[in-house]
Design a protein around this ligand. Structure first.
Ligand code: PLP
Length: 505
C-alpha cells in the first residue's frame, strides 16, 4: 500500500508560472495606464465594497485574481500616470522592478547573514557604501569591513524610521546609556528644527523614543535656517539641545539648507550637539556635478537620512540611515542569544525591525543599470523639468510661484480674479487660500490630475511676508510627464479656477 500523497493545505490547479506571469502583466498594464484612477469613490463607498468576512470555502486562484482586478485595482492610484505630478517617485525603473520581484521570490531575511541572507547581506552593504560615497562619507576599505559595525548605515522601510533611528543615536550621544537606564531628564533632549517646513517624523520620533516632544523651532529665511536666529536659540538653550535637524530638501519646497553654514554655527556653539541632515529629497543633488554644490557640507553631519523610494525610481519602500562614524551604531545595538550572534547580522543594528526583506536588491540593480552617468542624468533631467514647469508658472498671469526650485518641486498659488501678487491684505489672502483649497479638493475628487497641497509660510514674500498659504505643488519626479502634460494640467487649473472663483465668497 502506498502512503497517501502529501497535499499542501492550499493546492490549486493553476500553474504558478502562469499565475505569476499573469499577475505581472496585470501590474505592468496598470502602470502603463494613462489615468490616475480607473474609478473614484468615497472612502465610505470603498469600505462598503471591500470590507467583508473571510469566506469559509476557498476561492480558486483565478477567482481571487479576477476579484482583485474587478473590485480593487480600478480604485488604486496609479502614480505612473503622466497626470500624477504631486509627489515623489513612481517606482518605474525596470531593473528596480525586477529587483523587487526577485527579492520577493528569493525570500532572504536580512536579520542574519550566515543562513538567512548569505549574499544578500553583502549586496545591502554594497548599496550602503555607494550611498555613503555619493554623499561624501568616507568608507573603510572592503577588507576592513568585518562586521555590521564597520558599514556606517542601515536600510529601513522609510524616512520616518530612518529619522527615528537618527534621534535614538542623538539621544545616546547626549545621555550615554539611556538605552538601558531609560530617560532621566527629558528636558535635555530638545531638538531644533526650521519653523514651518520641518517634517512631522522628527517630532513623532521623539515621542516614540521617550524623549518627549521638545521641539524648538527657529525662524527661516527663504525656507532655510535664519542662521543668526539659530545661533541665538542655541545659546539661549545651551546644554538642553540634543540635535539640530537641517533639511537637504524640505518636504514642501525641497529647498536645500546651507548645510555648511548650519554646521559651522552649531559647532561653534556646541561641539556635542548631534547634527542630522534629512536628505530624503536632497540625495538627488549628490548624483550630479551641476547640483552637488547644493549639499556642500553634508558629509560633516553626524547622520543623514536618504529615501531612494522618493527619488531613485525604485518601488516602495526603501530608505537608509547613514552615519559619519560607523562605530556609533553600537550605542543602539541589540544583542540576542536566540539569533543574530554573528558579525554580519543586520538585525543587531536596526532598531524596531526583526525580520526584514531584501529591500536593497532593487536599488543595487537600479544603480548598476544606471551607473554614475545615468544617476547624474536622472538628477539633471528632474531639475530641468522643474525649471520648465517654473517657467510656465511664471508666464501664467494668474499663477504665483512661491519657491525657487533647488531640486524637483515647484510650489505655486492661483490668484483669484482681481487680486495682484505682492502684499495681499488678510481678506485677499483668505480668498486666495479658499480658492486654492477648493481647486485642490475638486482635483482630488475628480482624480484626473494630481498636484499636492499643504500649508507653507510665504518665506519669499511673494504674496505677503510670513503669511500661511495653501499652495499647490508640482513635482518633477514622474518620468512620464512631458511639457504637453504640464500645459494641460495648467489648462485644467484654469478651468477649475473659472468654475470655483465665481462661487467663492
Ligand atoms: C523631508 C522628509 N523626511 C522624511 C519623510 C518621511 O519619509 P517616509 O514617508 O519614507 O517615511 C518625508 C516624507 O515625505 C520627507 O519629505
Amino acid at each position: 500500500m502506498h502512503a497517501p500523497a502529501i497535499r499542501t493545505p492550499h493546492q490549486t490547479a493553476t500553474d504558478p508560472h502562469e499565475l505569476l506571469h499573469r499577475s505581472l502583466d496585470i501590474g505592468l498594464q496598470f502602470k502603463a495606464g494613462q489615468e490616475i484612477f480607473g474609478r473614484r469613490s468615497t472612502a465610505g463607498q470603498i469600505r462598503d465594497l471591500l470590507v467583508a468576512d473571510l469566506p469559509v470555502e476557498p476561492m480558486t486562484d483565478d477567482e481571487v485574481l479576477a476579484d482583485f482586478v474587478d473590485r480593487v485595482l480600478p480604485l488604486c492610484k496609479n502614480e505612473a500616470s503622466p497626470r500624477f505630478m504631486g509627489f515623489g517617485d513612481t517606482g518605474d525603473d525596470q531593473l528596480a522592478l525586477a529587483g523587487s520581484v526577485l527579492a520577493t521570490l528569493t525570500q532572504q531575511n536580512m536579520i542574519n547573514q550566515s543562513f538567512d541572507s548569505p549574499s544578500a547581506t553583502f549586496i545591502e552593504i554594497t548599496v550602503l557604501r555607494w550611498l555613503r560615497e555619493l554623499l561624501g562619507y568616507a568608507n573603510p576599505s572592503v577588507a576592513q569591513v568585518n562586521s555590521v559595525w564597520d558599514v556606517g548605515g542601515m536600510i529601513t522601510p522609510g524616512g520616518t524610521t530612518s529619522n527615528t533611528v537618527a534621534m535614538m543615536l542623538a539621544r545616546e550621544a547626549k545621555a550615554p546609556g539611556t538605552m538601558q537606564s531609560g530617560i532621566v531628564d527629558p528636558s535635555q533632549f530638545a531638538v531644533v528644527v526650521p519653523r514651518g517646513i520641518g517634517h512631522y517624523s522628527v517630532k513623532a520620533a521623539l515621542t516614540w523614543i521617550g524623549c518627549g516632544a521638545h521641539i524648538i523651532d527657529v525662524a527661516t529665511d527663504g525656507f532655510r535656517y535664519h542662521t543668526d536666529e539659530l545661533a541665538r536659540i542655541l545659546r539661549e538653550h545651551r546644554g538642553r539641545v540634543m540635535a539640530v535637524i537641517a533639511y537637504a530638501g524640505d518636504s514642501r519646497t525641497q529647498t536645500v539648507d546651507d548645510l555648511r553654514a548650519v554646521h559651522d554655527v552649531v559647532r561653534e556653539i556646541d561641539a556635542k550637539i548631534w547634527l542630522h541632515a534629512d536628505a530624503c529629497w536632497g540625495l538627488l543633488a549628490a548624483f550630479s556635478p551641476s547640483l552637488r554644490d547644493k549639499i556642500d557640507g553634508i558629509a560633516e553631519f553626524d547622520s543623514i537620512t536618504v529615501d531612494p523610494h522618493k527619488i531613485m525610481a525604485v518601488p516602495y519602500g526603501l530608505s537608509a540611515l547613514l552615519v559619519r562614524d560607523p562605530a556609533v551604531v553600537r550605542t543602539i545595538s541589540t544583542y540576542s542569544d536566540l539569533i543574530m550572534q554573528e558579525d554580519f547580522a543586520f538585525g543587531q543594528v536596526t532598531p524596531f525591525i526583526g525580520t526584514k526583506g531584501w529591500m536593497s536588491l532593487k536599488l543595487w540593480m537600479m544603480m548598476l543599470g544606471r551607473g554614475r552617468a545615468g544617476l547624474a542624468e536622472l538628477a539633471d533631467h528632474r531639475h530641468e523639468v522643474a525649471k520648465t514647469f517654473a517657467a510656465l508658472v511664471d508666464t501664467h498671469p494668474r499663477l504665483v510661484r512661491l519657491n525657487n526650485p533647488d531640486l524637483a518641486a515647484v510650489v505655486f498659488a492661483y490668484l483669484p480674479a482681481g487680486i495682484e501678487a505682492g502684499n495681499l491684505d488678510a481678506a485677499e489672502l483668505g480668498r486666495l487660500n479658499r480658492l486654492n483649497i477648493a481647486i485642490h479638493a475638486r482635483m482630488l475628487a475628480e482624480g484626473r490630475w494630481h498636484l499636492h497641497q499643504f500649508t507653507l509660510p510665504d518665506d519669499l514674500a511673494r504674496l505677503r511676508a510670513g503669511a500661511v498659504v495653501h499652495p499647490l505643488r508640482f513635482m518633477a519626479n514622474n518620468p512620464a510627464v512631458t511639457e504637453a502634460h504640464m500645459r494641460d494640467a495648467l489648462a485644467y487649473l484654469d478651468h477649475l479656477a473659472l468654475d470655483l472663483d465665481g462661487e467663492m465668497p
